[in-house]
Design a protein around this ligand. Structure first.
Ligand SMILES: NC(=O)c1ccc[n+]([C@@H]2O[C@H](COP(=O)([O-])OP(=O)(O)OC[C@H]3O[C@@H](n4cnc5c(N)ncnc54)[C@H](O)[C@@H]3O)[C@@H](O)[C@H]2O)c1
Length: 489
């Protein structure tokens, strides 16, 4: 294919097939079954290629259905396997450099870096006309989630958040059951996780171990990105950044977008109106708890209130538990039955007028326990409209690449289970819990230096305005301060 044709194709994908009115290139079916013309492939770049990035990239690549043209990671040792798997991909450490240098040769970007990078990387990519797949939680804070949701519409980008359970047939089964009126109206939802399963609720490290061999000081600076600068420590990278507000979003951020997703989707919930929490405390001395506002707590208990929706015409209370605390068995669930995942480690329960609907992580293993004593399990022949359901992670990545090719606002785009129109409000809801936790765990000092916890109360939330109306100080956690040289827009 001539360079100018390739260029046109890039433009076409950027604008979307629906807008342009159809593919101008030779379509797959003309070339024969199973054959993918090079011109039919998306050029995909990745930001964060180790950890979850390795499977995200492989799934988006889809055995060669697309091209992986560039990999950006601040620690090339962490993503060694991915680099070997895609030897022709150009390697970068700074995603801004990658997007600027390769600009026109990238159609779409998979973002699997830690949470604090998601917002800025996705916004930068979308502003350059790149479609994005962004790991959950969509962003580090509520403000960024709202901005990305609006930007995806503004720039007409095809987007998907990496809560792959959204594409799992289990969730479709739950929607069908609820819509058939199996459990009636729901007044209470309980959601729980065994996270954190990494160090959390610990003091900020004060020792200064040498930087790992695979990273230079400037690589560490790129890891920090928009966050507040702290020296390297193995308690941050890799993986353990989750437990620190500077980078991560704690247990809620880790599992909320998987576990709150089914009730949020089934009941078509909107912004919560109230949130309240309490958290586990840590004592290393008698009577005086540790004060660690930089770190997420070892456990938390959060209650969110939602107004009635069209789908569920009654007020609703959602209760979240993490750190190993979980709800008790409702009386209609037999004592020996696990709820949600095996061992009841993670799960969601919707308490309805006529029974209880449950599921595990990703909406797996959906069940209903009816008040009548009857128990319903997933219909083995359940049919979904997801053509990619048998692919890894229920085809969550391939549905996104298919939708990019079909174009913005196409049928395929509208069928995406976690485009930002949905993922943004879901993430905001999940991060409302963190807003409450940070308000609860951050103190001000009175004139004698005594800590005062003014945010330890029920918080009233104005969703459209993104504002706590009865505790102004808490609003500092709606967004974040960006380090000099980094900004969202
Ligand atoms: N959907 C899921 O099932 C699932 C599972 C695990 C993790 N996740 C999500 O994936 C994301 C990554 O988590 P993880 O467990 O893979 O973390 P990790 O620390 O194991 O891996 C993150 C990777 O990103 C790289 N990185 C860090 N900062 C970067 C930057 N500024 N630019 C480019 N690369 C950078 C790291 O070097 C590392 O290779 C998180 O948002 C997490 O919530 C999702």
């Amino acid at each position: 294919m001539k360079k100018s044709q390739q260029q046109n194709r890039r433009e076409f994908i950027k604008k979307g097939a629906a807008v342009a009115g159809g593919f101008f290139i030779v379509p797959r079916h003309v070339l024969g079954k199973g054959f993918i013309a090079p011109s039919d492939k998306l050029n995909i770049a990745a930001i964060g290629a180790g950890g979850k990035g390795s499977s995200d990239i492989k799934n988006a690549y889809n055995k060669g259905a697309e091209n992986i043209v560039a990999l950006c990671d601040v620690d090339h040792a962490r993503c060694e396997g991915t680099i070997k798997e895609f030897p022709s991909a150009k390697l970068y450490k700074d995603f801004r450099k990658m997007l600027t240098e390769m600009g026109k040769d990238i159609d779409a970007v998979v973002i699997s870096a830690p949470d604090h990078i998601h917002g800025i990387a996705a916004m930068t990519a979308m502003q350059m006309g790149k479609h994005v797949y962004v790991q959950k939680p969509l962003t580090h804070n509520i403000y960024e989630a709202r901005q990305l949701t609006e930007a995806a519409r503004k720039y007409k980008m095809v987007t998907q958040m990496g809560n792959q359970g959204a594409s799992n047939p289990g969730q479709q089964q739950m929607i069908k059951w609820f819509d058939e009126g199996k459990i009636g109206k729901v007044k209470e939802v309980h959601v729980w996780t065994n996270r954190p399963v990494w160090p959390q609720g610990i003091k900020v490290p004060t020792d200064k171990p040498a930087l790992i061999e695979s990273m230079s000081a400037s690589d560490w600076d790129l890891f920090i990105g928009p966050a507040e600068f702290v020296d390297y420590h193995p308690l941050y990278h890799p993986f353990k950044w989750r437990g620190w507000w500077n980078f991560g979003t704690g247990a809620l951020g880790d599992m909320g977008c998987h576990l709150i997703d089914p009730p949020f989707r089934v009941l078509e919930l909107g912004y919560p109106t109230e949130v309240e929490c309490s958290v586990g405390q840590v004592f290393t001395r008698d009577w005086t708890p540790e004060y660690i506002p930089e770190g997420c707590p070892p456990s938390s208990h959060v209650q969110l209130k939602f107004p009635a929706t069209k789908k569920n015409p009654t007020d609703l209370t959602m209760v979240w538990y993490d750190g190993g605390i979980r709800p008790f068995h409702p009386s209609i669930i037999p004592a020996d039955d696990d709820i949600g995942d095996a061992g009841s480690t993670n799960g969601a329960m919707l308490l309805g007028e006529k029974g209880v609907m449950t599921c595990g992580t990703y909406g797996l293993n959906p069940k209903i326990y009816l008040n009548s004593g009857e128990k319903l399990e997933m219909d083995k022949n359940f049919k979904t409209d997801n053509p990619n359901e048998k692919l890894p992670e229920y085809g969550h990545h391939v549905s996104w690449t298919d939708a990019i090719k079909a174009g913005f606002n196409s049928k395929e785009h509208k069928a995406l289970t976690s485009s930002f129109d949905y993922a943004g409000p879901l993430t905001e809801t999940v991060l409302m819990g963190n807003l409450a936790i940070r308000s609860y765990t951050t103190a001000s000092k009175d004139k004698n230096g005594k800590l005062e916890f003014d945010g330890r109360k029920k918080l009233i939330w104005d969703g459209p305005k993104m504002e706590i109306t009865n505790y102004k100080d808490g609003n500092q956690f709606v967004g974040r301060k960006y380090r000099d040289g980094w900004k969202l827009i």
